[in-house]
Design a protein around this ligand. Structure first.
Ligand code: NAP
Length: 230
């Protein structure tokens, strides 16, 4: 049985990843900040092979503690999904929310890399390990024609840079890395005007992950497989 670890698993895209991999018969290690309040996740656990663990990606000691607790587990797929947008009013020059900016970088960049680092021994136990990072087209410098959104854009651009390096660094071990733009998705973050639902976005990403071969490692792609500019 394949095993997937998913961060930010209690709602939105993370919850849908849990559902779709659970449906496919994978063992799901679902991580979230408040397991006891994760109602939908707890409901999923009644019907599929899904364990829920507490993880705040801003708490590096907590991540290490969970990695240690799961030290004998082999992980085939790590989905670093947890992310925040930062405060909207504090996104533009003249009104920048520096504390929120630091939290956004901490969550969207350091939080992702720390989870990857802590669970590398578990990934190394798999015969075909993959790492997936949820980035955003808003992290693309080339694609930025509308400006603004400094907090979020900078965090996802930094995430892209570090995950590209991680991909290169892990190539010798045949551990593959994919960096996704999930589309503009109807979730709490994406809002009601978004273009696609989480089901469509995640089904697309699951398909791309399934088709993945090592020459693609480090690519920045959309949920439908379209390659994106850096
Ligand atoms: N929706 C879109 O249109 C869109 C577009 C591009 C990229 N993305 C990216 O896709 C990913 C998922 O987005 P989404 O739309 O599903 O967002 P969402 O509905 O706002 O859900 C965000 C998830 O991240 C978790 N999270 C936030 N901070 C955390 C922390 N410190 N530790 C652990 N978990 C934390 C949240 O947990 P709590 O419930 O505890 O807050 C929640 O489970 C994000 O990385 C986002 O940037 C989304």
């Amino acid at each position: 049985m394949n095993t997937v670890l998913i961060t930010g698993a209690n709602r939105g895209i993370g919850l849908e990843f849990c559902y779709q991999y659970g449906q496919q018969g994978w063992k799901v290690i679902a991580c979230c900040r408040q397991p006891e309040q994760a109602t939908e996740l707890n409901k999923l656990a009644e019907h599929m092979s899904l364990q829920i663990h507490e993880m705040d990606v801003m708490n590096r000691n907590g991540i290490d503690a969970l990695a240690n607790e799961l030290q004998h587990v082999s992980i085939d797929l790590l989905i670093a999904n947890a992310g925040i947008y930062g405060e909207k009013p504090g996104h533009a020059l003249g009104n920048l929310a520096y504390t929120d900016w630091a939290d956004t970088l901490e969550t969207n960049v350091l939080g992702v890399v720390k989870v990857v680092e802590a669970f590398l021994p578990h990934l190394r136990r798999s015969e075909m390990a993959r790492i997936v990072a949820l980035s955003s087209q808003m992290g693309s410098i080339e694609d930025n024609s509308s400006g603004g959104n400094l907090l979020y854009r900078s965090s996802k651009a930094a995430l892209n840079a570090v995950m590209k390096s991680v991909a290169i660094d892990l190539t010798a071990e045949q551990i593959g890395v994919l960096i996704f733009h999930p589309g503009w998705v109807k979730t709490d973050m994406g809002g009601v005007n978004a273009l696609i639902d989480a089901k469509t976005s995640v089904a697309g990403m699951v398909r791309q992950i399934q088709r993945f071969t090592m020459p693609q490692t480090g690519q920045f792609i959309k949920y439908d497989g379209t390659q994106l500019p850096w």
